[in-house]
Write a protein that binds this ligand. Structure first.
Ligand code: NAI
Ligand code: MG
Length: 407
């Protein structure tokens, strides 16, 4: 019997292309795992009216460890229109399955490392005052509260009367009170002290464990006085137990400006759901963008790791596949770290670092050319060739095949 069982959820589009490559890589570093492939995503929605089938939830509840590819999501009305005809008009509502997973299993901590690979042509560079440029080394890990805030899902267009009456008790609601319900949309930002405390605590723990000198709470407490205020308050309370780590406080808007001025100064960043989503994408842009961005959704029991990118439908049907699998590989490495297989995670990191540094094999994004059918002719590596190069750098030439792994 294998030591670990992982539920794999390739999902849609390029999720299906990068997942098999990640499994080859995990096998190549000697990860002793068996895999259960589970359905998730757009086809499930169209055929069943549920993008997250019950069986997938059961498998995750049982095995606690998931590797996710990407899914296609569409706005409410478009989603309804794509349901198979028997299901249309029956009250099915589309919810993003990854958001649902986060809430169902209380995957309250989202970890998003944004760390430069030297030699990556997509790395952020900065003009020097005296001419020339410099390439700051970015080593930032964002901790995003993953279940609350503006993504908690408590929202209405045309809110019920009780909601309007409750809101009317707040003096600042006055200007909105006369707006007809159908013209009024409300999304509620909910922060609990418990969750605010926990995300700050895991961020500080990470900083201590990996030697980061600062934790930055990135919110907007001067305007969002209650919710961001509570996030900041709890960060301050937690910081007292970590005297060796500085607590910095920035506003989300200013942070997005500073991030290109002095990204090398930041270490761990902690933020609520939406702000964490924003700032982690912003930092990811400095270290290679979607082809290099991975994240972990971690709860007390279940953890699911994923590349940050979506299903990129326009590339989903290309053969050979052209997208960069490194984001998926970094997600796989995070999974290894999570279960304590640190050496194997390091093998993956080192192999990626070597291929990036050598610069001989680059997917189209790394060549800075527009994606499309003809990128291979322009010298870009395919998804498979990138994987093979990373396997080769591990000393594992083009092995093993997926069929072998899923047997
Ligand atoms: P996307 O991330 O799928 O793609 C945006 C663009 O980024 C692509 O067209 C491509 O140019 C580039 N890109 C993405 N991944 C890449 C990779 N591995 N290598 C090289 N280039 C890459 O975002 P988009 O187009 O906004 O959304 C497409 C679908 O994915 C939508 O239905 C969206 O809702 C969904 N989505 C799902 C996410 C998830 O599964 N966690 C996250 C983001 C979007
Ligand atoms: Mg995002």
């Amino acid at each position: 019997m294998a030591k670990y069982t992982v539920v794999t959820m390739p999902g849609d589009g390029i999720g299906k292309q990068v997942m098999p490559e990640a499994l080859r890589l995990l096998k190549a570093v000697g990860f002793d795992a068996e895999y259960f492939q589970a359905d998730i995503g757009w086809e499930c929605w169209r055929n069943e009216g549920n993008a997250l089938p019950e069986l997938t939830v059961e498998l995750l509840a049982k095995y606690k460890l998931g590797l996710f590819g990407a899914i296609t999501s569409k706005p409410k009305k478009e989603a309804e229109a794509e349901l198979k005809s028997e299901l249309r008009g029956k009250g099915y509502t589309y919810f993003s399955p990854i958001v649902t997973l986060r809430q169902h299993f209380n995957l309250d901590t989202c970890i998003r490392p944004c760390i430069s690979f030297p030699g990556n042509p997509l790395n952020f560079i900065r003009k020097k005052a005296g001419g020339g440029f410099e390439e700051p080394f970015v080593d930032v890990v964002i901790f995003r509260q993953n279940t609350e805030g503006l993504y908690a899902g408590v929202e209405w267009t045309n809110p019920p009367d009780q909601v309007c009456s409750a809101l009317a008790t707040h003096p600042k609601f006055k200007p909105f009170a006369g707006t007809p319900g159908a013209d009024l949309a409300i999304s509620v930002r909910i922060i609990t002290r418990e969750a605010a405390h926990k995300i700050a605590k895991v961020a500080f723990e990470w900083a201590r464990k990996f030697g980061y000198r600062s934790v930055t709470i990135c919110e907007k407490p001067n305007v969002l006085r209650e919710t961001s205020g509570m996030m900041e308050e709890e960060a301050k309370a937690v910081a007292k137990h970590y005297p060796e780590i500085a607590l910095w406080s920035t506003n989300i808007d200013a942070q997005t400006m500073w991030l290109t001025k002095n990204p090398e100064d930041y270490g761990v960043i902690v933020a609520s759901n939406l702000f964490g989503d924003v700032i982690s994408d912003a930092f990811a842009g400095l270290v290679g963008g979607l082809g290099f961005a991975a994240s972990g959704n971690v709860g007390d029991e279940v953890a699911v790791f994923e590349p940050t990118h979506g299903s990129a439908p326009k590339y989903a049907e290309l053969y050979p596949a052209i997208v960069n699998p490194i984001a998926m590989f970094l997600a796989a490495a995070m999974l290894l770290e999570h279960v304590g297989e640190i050496d194997k995670a390091k093998l993956i990191h080192d192999a990626i670092a070597q291929v990036v540094r050598d610069g001989n094999v680059r997917t189209y994004d790394m060549l800075r050319i527009p994606g499309g059918r003809n990128v291979i002719a322009q010298g870009a590596a395919s998804t498979r060739q990138m994987t093979d190069a990373i396997l080769a750098s591990l000393g594992k030439v083009a092995e093993p095949e997926l069929e072998e792994i899923l047997k």
